[in-house]
Ligand binder design. Structure first.
Ligand code: ATP
Length: 201
């Protein structure tokens, strides 16, 4: 079994996440992609993040039509910071081959994660460019995880300049964000009245 894990805050999930997951699935011949919403995204401490049950509903809506995608509640159900090395260690007990899927911006952040070396030992990294982060491994990541280059599978992906932050701002400003959101996610945001509060970021 070849599995990709796409971890994120998903506040909200958007077409950039789906394009990334699909690129990994197709190019690495994955049997499935597991979307893993963080329970407590500790690297975003100090930012206001929607409650975990809301983000879980949004992710489930985002992947509802994708037969190759699952949503895991492993991190949502766990208390304390959502450490990816811990998550992957638990998942990999099933056996099979594992990839952690990410945008290239994550390579810059990785040295500040817990046990990045262990993470990269358990899973290969499937990485797509996310401008301004290009197809380069930052020096800090090379220092933190020796040999990381050999553990990366670069994905071809037409860049999509979108972020959850930008979409929250659009919704808050009353602008249409439908172009970047899966339709079910757009509907749920409407229904739940998310991101309208001016203090939400
Ligand atoms: P925020 O703006 O709130 O920080 P985000 O849009 O970066 O959120 P996350 O849920 O934090 O979304 O991202 C989860 C993963 O998806 C990360 O690996 C991130 O690099 C990747 N990702 C998100 N948006 C894109 C995109 N447009 N292109 C490529 N990768 C993306």
């Amino acid at each position: 079994m070849r599995t990709g894990v796409l971890g994120g805050t998903f506040d909200p999930p958007h077409r950039g996440h789906l394009r990334l997951a699909e690129a990994a699935r197709a190019q690495l011949a994955l049997d499935r992609v597991v979307f893993m919403p963080a329970g407590d995204p500790y690297r975003k401490a100090g930012r206001r993040v929607s409650p975990r049950d809301v983000r879980l509903r949004l992710v489930e809506a985002a992947v509802a039509d994708l037969p190759w995608a699952d949503v895991s509640t492993l991190e949502i159900d766990r208390s304390g910071p959502s450490y990816t090395d811990e998550t992957l260690a638990v998942l990999a007990r099933e056996g099979g081959d594992w990839w952690f899927i990410a945008g290239a911006d994550v390579l810059r952040d990785l040295p500040h994660w817990r046990n990045p070396r262990l993470l990269v030992e358990i899973a290969r990294l499937a990485v797509a460019v996310r401008p301004p982060a290009g197809r380069v491994v930052p020096a800090e990541a090379l220092r933190a995880v020796p040999g990381i280059e050999g553990r990366i599978d670069w994905l071809e992906m037409e860049p999509l300049d979108v972020s959850s932050t930008a979409l929250r701002a659009r919704v808050r400003g009353g602008a249409d964000a439908g172009e970047w959101l899966p339709e079910r996610v757009r509907q749920l945001i409407d229904e739940l009245g998310l991101y309208r509060d001016t203090a939400s970021d």
